[in-house]
Ligand binder design. Structure first.
Ligand SMILES: [Cu+2]
Length: 426
């Protein structure tokens, strides 16, 4: 089923406005009731996480967790009981991928997101919307050696190119209910959201959010971050979270401006554990029903596990590292796995240094067969503060590859790179 974006957006906006009015009315009556009946210490605060009684900084994309010590980004505003948060990152990229399979392109990529959260009755309601400029780069995305997945025209797979993200990346709401000082139950869902699978998506985790290229392991670890139809229920106990989702398993097609809802016929489950403020672990499972538009009869099982370490550096700096493993069983077909290690270190608000190493088993490259490939990207960004919460940055990265001999006739010995400018708000 395809629904015109315009109708969706209007319906979504009207829904949000209604929900806001409703929440305000409820909250007013609730405040009166609260002041008589509820002890202050068990009442949830708007600054808590959307899904439980812990710091908001723990929350990344969808319902995923990152370490509590991750610096909170975004412009925050409190009004009428609501906590509003906005953030944006737009990269203007010149991309040059080397070798015979390479190519070059200039494009804009990034995201703009807004969140509204408040106490509502005994719990916390949160509304989230996120948009991407990617569809304006064209349906065939950008050159990215060894990246595979999705399609530009509905007929041929994208190989050695990264697909554009859809305009609407998230349109979701959640409600959580505290069950004491350390426990809560929550529900999350919407027409666009992220099921309970994988680490936080690369563009939303502190170790990857400043890197302008997508990981080649995207379709092992975090490609489900844009899912058109998802419902999740979970339970938080202090440092632990368990959750399960049903969702529409089909990847977005080439209509990047559309919201393509469909049957919620896929499932995922995840356990997350934040033992200290600096660490976040997760293990997750998913069964995707007919994810591939071009291979409509095949299914996939996926497993993932990841560890994230984050710590502040000085007053304004931070360091975050993610190690992630993904396993993808094609049904029918082989099982393919992927490893990712990435790190970003920002000693202050002017410099960011980053690196990402990946090792992926691929079966969709132009040379037939199963190939284990490696990629390493390193880069740096210099930012200038141009207004409150607003930085302008200039950056670059270079990529090198480890290719099996069978791929050398097709790829040669390529080196790739990107130069980029960016605007970061939040
Ligand atoms: Cu993506």
């Amino acid at each position: 089923m395809k629904i015109s974006l315009q109708r969706r957006l209007i319906a979504g906006a009207a829904g949000l406005a209604l929900a806001a009015l409703h929440a305000q009315a409820l909250a007013q009556t609730q405040t009166q009731a609260d002041s008589q009946a509820m002890p202050a210490m068990s009442a949830p605060m708007a600054m808590d996480g959307a899904f439980g009684p812990y710091p908001m900084a723990r929350e990344a994309s969808g319902t995923s967790w990152q370490p509590d010590a991750t610096p909170q980004s975004g412009v925050m505003l409190m009004t009428n009981g609501w906590t509003l948060m906005g953030a944006a990152l737009i990269d203007g990229v010149y991309d040059r991928q080397g070798g015979a399979e390479g190519g070059d392109k200039s494009f804009a990529a990034g995201m703009v997101m807004g969140m509204a959260q408040r106490t509502w009755g005994p719990g916390v309601v949160s509304l989230r919307a996120m948009f991407s400029p990617d569809p304006f780069m064209g349906k065939d995305g950008y050159p990215l050696l060894l990246a595979t997945g999705e399609t530009a025209d509905g007929r041929t797979p994208l190989v050695d190119r990264q697909h554009p993200h859809n305009l609407v990346m998230e349109l979701a709401a959640s409600y959580s209910l505290p069950l004491g000082a350390h426990d809560s139950v929550f529900v999350y869902g919407g027409p666009a959201g992220e099921p309970a699978f994988g680490p936080p998506a690369f563009m939303h985790r502190a170790s990857g959010e400043d890197i302008p290229e997508a990981p080649i392991s995207h379709h092992w670890l975090d490609s489900t971050h844009i899912t058109y139809g998802v419902a999740t229920a979970g339970y938080v106990h202090d440092k632990w979270k368990v959750e399960a989702s049903v969702f529409n398993g089909r990847e977005p097609d080439q209509q990047r401006f559309a919201i393509e809802t469909g049957a919620m016929d896929s499932a995922a489950a995840r356990v997350s554990y934040n033992p200290t403020a600096h660490w976040s672990f997760q293990a997750s499972w998913a069964r995707l029903n007919h994810p591939e538009q071009l291979d409509p009869t095949s299914n996939q099982n996926r497993l993932s596990a990841s560890a994230i370490y984050s710590r502040p550096i000085g007053a304004e700096g931070s360091w975050s590292t993610t190690l992630a493993y993904g396993w993808k069983q094609l049904r029918p077909g082989p099982a393919l796995d992927a490893w990712l290690l990435e790190s970003e270190i920002a000693p202050d608000r002017r410099w960011t240094l980053f690196a990402r190493a990946e090792r992926v088993e691929e079966n969709e490259l132009l040379t037939p067969g199963l190939h284990t490939v490696g990629k390493l990207s390193v880069g740096a960004i210099h930012d200038w503060s141009i207004a409150p919460y607003t930085r302008f940055g200039l950056g670059g990265l270079v990529s090198a590859y480890a290719l099996p001999r069978a791929l050398v006739p097709e790829y040669g010995k390529p080196t790739s790179g990107m130069l980029f400018v960016r605007l970061k708000i939040g």
